[in-house]
Design a protein around this ligand. Structure first.
Ligand SMILES: [Zn+2]
Length: 121
């Protein structure tokens, strides 16, 4: 049996943590508005910040979805095959939406798509 209240606390703490260290959108905007005098370094920095923002926003979405699954009583169930996600995996990744097997399948798919996109670009 999954200790849902433990995971709820854990997920909410993680959400706070990420929200607290998110780069501000305004900072991103200031750099963007300086485009004409932009140096290569600045461009790299902006891209870096944008990437963090993108990744953290994704994490927040995943955490939010996990909290909703707790509310719905579906926490710890793989969205793909509907098998229980291994407790060890949940302990390591509390917002995991897929069991290890399905996650690996998805990662492999993502990797193929990325390669494809890069080739097309
Ligand atoms: Zn699965």
């Amino acid at each position: 049996m999954i200790d849902e209240s433990k995971y709820r606390t854990l997920l909410m703490a993680k959400r706070e943590e990420i929200a607290g260290k998110l780069p501000r959108r305004e900072e991103l905007w200031i750099v963007q508005s300086n485009e004409q005098t932009e140096t290569v370094q600045l461009a790299g920095q902006r891209e870096f910040t944008a990437r963090i923002l993108e990744r953290e926003t994704k994490s927040l979405t995943q955490i939010g979805a996990a909290l909703k699954r707790i509310d719905d009583g579906e926490f710890g169930i793989c969205l793909e095959c509907e098998e229980p996600i291994a407790p060890k995996r949940l302990a390591a990744v509390p917002w995991a939406a897929y069991c290890l097997h399905c996650q690996e399948n998805r990662d492999a798919q993502d990797a193929r798509q990325t390669v494809h996109t890069n080739l097309a670009a």
